[in-house]
Design a protein around this ligand. Structure first.
Ligand SMILES: Nc1ncnc2c1ncn2[C@@H]1O[C@H](COP(=O)(O)OP(=O)(O)OP(=O)(O)O)[C@@H](O)[C@H]1O
Length: 631
């Protein structure tokens, strides 16, 4: 196999690694949740003609057993070294037939050699979910082109992941589409999943990218197909609960909630305890360890009473609040934040028309079809909360029931008229107070990240107005690049900013190579405005750091470690796609992946000129690109 596959992340740790076949595997998802009643076991699905496993409505189920459909010809284009490490896969096994055949959907290693799988065998499955798309209920969606192979737990880290193929053929959830993915969108997902993770942003991950050179997938044009092998601690989405709720399937909602608490999270006791105050300190790091059955809150009938499902809802909300804070602090936009693209585990998930911000513009959306700007940068925190309110509605009965949640009558028949008001009130109250918690957690995380990005060790109340808002307004007004700003700021010395003239001079480092656009005012005004901001910033740096050489070096190192030199911007991904798909280049993918996996490096030892070009000013006419949803 070509050498480009071994480029990338250098793994310093020593851990036991395995071939894909030898990885420790499990199937808790299919064992603990209800299957599609028409194909209730692996054996029934396996002996069914594959073409019959096509689109239909599936009820009372979390998934359908369904095997992938591979392509005849395949070429492994890339693997992520970081993914290999996190999954405990031996790098030396990547070039084997077993690896390539498994990640391209040709081999089901868990039933290898068997004519028919047994009922308890680990067998591929596609999830059933629904979703609100652009604010409208869209009905059943589900994994229309994703098929999970197995779960695996890394024995060193103890983290369990579900390995899944995207683009591996039709499932009952494919609706009118083909179950395939094109190379273009697969390259984008492969790179960005790993980039987000390397930046510290919770995300689903990507293990490998396989090209099907002869497959022609029809979109606006006919394009080559591809399969991404991807993995996550959970692929459950808010839309999984939406669908059960839309069908009034109370039993499934409860099963799903129990599964999330017991299998996705480390158990009921790991969930956050009731907040005792609205203090930020309490909200950021609430105590945990509440016994499963315990009700928290003063009186039995109190609206504020919390049972275990309330704690679970709050955990899901808190995780998403933190992830959105990361997106805002790093200028990342998902582009289609429908409820089927919002993760129960708080991961960035589903990479369609996503983008990293070029020039700072709060109204920017990378989604060409999002005319209302619903999923624009500035709307992301509000939209994720909108999605989480839908989840609160699905959880409504469970969180509203308070102490009745385990009563047999309630479990069987639901809420009775004589206590309906109490349940509704408690659920509404919980959603409202959880909304406040969402805001507090989001703001606390955003402040933590921005404080670090600005190279400060402390947060002062005045920072919000004077540093954050003023900086963002300035970047927007002067049409300056968001992520470049922070990286360039990371290397400015205090002495360079000790007079007004020097500050105005340094201000020019943040301008584009072609200078300022005519629309932003005179250059002198721009320099003065940025200079004023730099003056405030350096004042805060002096409060937080010693002015010694060591102090400066330490600050440089701290800032460099949180302000990436490389992010996979839309123009870079476009060039990468063009070079791989149209020019037949291969090694470039490994190099870009290496940059994505090590985004804080100064250099990558590949090609200085190319590296600097990818990290430098975005070509003027390729800024703020948009793409459509077709993938
Ligand atoms: N080519 C396709 N074939 C079958 N189903 C598809 C296809 N493209 C999209 N879908 C389905 O349409 C719905 C919305 O698509 P969307 O683009 O948000 O998801 P996706 O990118 O396919 O999947 P994921 O969220 O798993 O990354 C999902 O249910 C998805 O499975």
């Amino acid at each position: 196999m070509a050498s480009h596959l071994s480029n990338g992340y250098v793994n310093g740790d020593s851990q036991k690694t395995f071939s894909l076949a030898d990885l420790p595997k499990s199937n808790n998802f299919t064992q603990k949740l209800p299957p599609d009643p028409e194909y209730p076991t692996p054996a029934v699905s396996h002996k069914t003609d594959r073409s019959k496993l096509g689109p239909r409505l599936v009820r009372s189920a979390a998934y359908t057993f369904v095997r992938p459909v591979s392509f005849e010809k395949k070429e492994l284009l890339g693997v992520s070294q970081a993914a290999l490490r996190d999954l405990a896969i031996d790098n030396a096994t990547v070039n084997t037939d077993e690896f390539v055949e498994t990640v391209s959907g040709n081999k089901i290693i868990t039933i290898e050699g068997k004519e028919q799988p047994d009922d308890n065998d680990i067998y591929p499955w596609a999830q059933c979910y629904g979703g609100f798309q652009f604010g409208q209920w869209a009905g059943q969606l589900g994994d229309g082109r994703a098929i999970s192979l197995f779960e695996t737990t890394n024995p060193t880290t103890g983290t369990r992941y579900e390995l899944q193929l995207k683009g591996a053929g039709k499932t009952p959830y494919s609706r009118f589409a083909d179950g395939r993915a094109v190379l273009r969108s697969s390259i984008r997902e492969f790179v960005v999943s790993e980039s987000l993770h390397a930046l510290g942003i919770p995300s689903t991950r990507a293990l490998s990218l396989t090209l099907a050179p002869e497959a022609r997938v029809r979109r606006e044009m006919t394009e080559p197909g591809a399969i991404v092998a991807r993995f996550a601690q959970s692929w459950l989405r808010l839309g999984t609960f939406d669908l059960a709720r839309s069908r009034g399937d109370r039993d499934l909602i409860r099963k799903l909630a129990d599964y999330v608490a017991e299998e996705v999270f480390p158990g009921w006791e790991a969930l956050p305890a009731k907040l005792v105050s609205t203090e930020e300190k309490d909200a950021i790091d609430p105590p945990r360890g509440v016994p499963r059955e315990e009700l928290q809150g003063s009186e039995d009938k109190s609206e504020a009473q919390e049972n275990r499902y309330t704690r679970l809802y709050r955990e899901i909300v808190r995780r998403n609040a933190k992830t959105v804070a990361y997106w805002q602090a790093y200028g990342f936009m998902n582009g289609v934040l429908n409820t089927d693209n919002t993760s129960i585990f708080g991961l960035s998930i589903d990479f369609g028309p996503f983008a990293f911000m070029d020039n700072f513009d709060p109204s920017y959306t990378p989604n060409h079809d999002d005319h209302m700007l619903r999923y624009s940068y500035k709307n992301q925190p509000t939209i994720i909360w909108w999605n989480l309110v839908r989840l609160g509605e699905s959880f409504g009965e469970l969180i509203g029931a308070g102490s009745r949640v385990d009563d047999d009558a309630f479990k069987k028949e639901g809420v009775k008229d004589d206590y309906m008001d109490e349940v509704v009130k408690r659920a509404e109250n919980t959603i409202q107070t959880t909304g406040e918690e969402y805001q507090t957690v989001f703001l606390a995380e955003y402040k933590r990240l921005m404080t670090a990005r600005l190279g400060l060790n402390s947060f002062k109340d005045s920072d919000f107005e004077e540093l954050y808002s003023e900086l963002l307004d300035t970047l927007e007004a002067l049409e300056l690049d968001f992520n470049h700003f922070f990286r360039r700021l990371s290397f400015i010395m205090i002495e360079e900013l000790d007079t007004e003239d020097k500050r105005k001079d340094v201000a020019g480092r943040f301008f584009h190579h072609e200078g300022l656009s005519g629309l932003v005012g005179s250059e002198a005004e721009a320099r003065a405005r940025m200079g004023t901001w730099l003056g405030k910033w350096v004042g805060r740096v002096k409060e937080d750091w010693p002015t010694s050489t060591e102090g400066t070096e330490e600050r440089f190192a701290a800032m460099k470690a949180v302000n990436p030199k490389f992010v996979p911007r839309s123009w870079i991904l476009d060039e990468l796609i063009n070079r791989v798909e149209k020019q037949g280049e291969r090694e470039i993918l490994g190099h870009v992946m290496d940059m994505a996996l090590n985004p804080f490096n100064e250099e990558w030892g590949w090609n200085k000129e190319e590296e600097e070009r990818f990290c430098g000013d975005v070509p003027k006419f390729q800024r703020a690109m948009q793409c459509s949803c077709s993938s």
